[in-house]
Write a protein that binds this ligand. Structure first.
Ligand code: A3P
Length: 273
């Protein structure tokens, strides 16, 4: 809730809540939290802390844009507001809804090797079950049908079919409105990827290489912000299950054609298996 609110909903110092001018739409386990945190290093960015799930959850969407606005952080007029909800990318009804809010919005999509994303997705659900002390099958059981072929109905596989989901977005947005962040590169060397995002969002170049340092213990880059060091939560950067190389090969083969279709769609290739 805002303090010192004037009749327009803006505070006396000009700060107010704004609808997002950019949204990180996914993909789940692509590195969406890392991207949001890194982008937040920029002084002209105000980020919603939690996943908002406005466009994909009926109980939120039915409450209208006023509800959405109230989920946004307080920001200054010159700041860009951003939220991230990774489920948007794979939810077919979302693109039209985002378009009807703002057809000129800039979209950020962070993707990584689709096979790796499947393992990460599985690991996430496994941990969720462990937390609730509920059993969860080994990954082989979810990936494979009884005839030894991959089970296309396994949700984690479907979410990695990037071309299928992107097509829904391209019905409503031109490609130039969608910036694809290379999630594998963001892990290995985040700064150049973040610079590209700054340019796409027409932000002044204010994030520096010195904002990132490699943390050997975590095995990932962490952030340095005004002398304050912080890494992402321990749930980010977890070990994935060891998978039989033959099964891994099956996964790579499974995604070969879909990846080609995706590359054609975006006019760009990625260094995926
Ligand atoms: P893993 O935990 O499977 O390695 P999301 O935030 O969309 O759920 O994505 C989580 C993924 O972000 C992690 O998946 C991790 O690989 C990736 N990631 C990218 N940069 C990271 C960083 N600097 N620290 C931790 N995780 C990072």
């Amino acid at each position: 809730p805002l303090r010192d609110e004037g009749p327009s909903g803006a505070a006396a110092n000009g700060s107010a809540q704004q609808l997002p001018q950019t949204i990180i739409i996914g993909v789940r386990k692509g590195g969406t939290r890392a991207l949001l945190e890194m982008l937040s290093l920029h002084p002209d960015v105000a980020a919603a802390e939690n996943e908002v799930h406005f466009f994909d959850w009926e109980e939120h969407y039915s409450q209208g844009l006023g509800w959405y606005l109230r989920q946004m952080p307080v920001s200054a007029p010159h700041q860009l507001t951003v939220e991230k909800t990774p489920a948007y990318f794979t939810s077919p009804k979302v693109p039209e809804r985002v378009h009807s809010m703002d057809p000129g919005i800039r979209l950020l999509l962070i993707l990584r090797d689709p096979s790796e994303r499947v393992l990460s997705d599985y690991t996430q659900v496994l941990y969720n079950h462990r937390q609730k002390r509920k059993p969860y099958p080994p990954i082989e059981q979810l990936l494979l049908r009884s005839d030894g072929r991959l089970d296309a109905d396994y949700k984690a596989l479907n979410r990695s079919l990037y071309h299928v989901h992107l097509r829904h977005w391209l019905r409503f947005f031109p490609l130039r409105r969608i910036h694809v962040v290379d999630g594998d590169r963001l892990i290995r060397d985040p700064f150049p990827e973040i610079q590209k995002v700054e340019r796409f969002l027409k932000l002044s170049p204010q994030i520096n290489a010195s904002n990132f340092y490699f943390n050997k213990t975590k095995g990932f880059y962490c952030l340095r912000d005004g002398g304050r060091d912080r890494c992402l939560h321990e749930s980010k950067g977890r070990a994935h299950p060891q998978v039989d190389p033959k099964l891994l090969n099956k996964l790579h083969e499974y995604f070969h054609e879909p990846n080609k279709k995706f590359f054609e769609l975006v006019g760009r290739t990625f260094d995926w298996h």
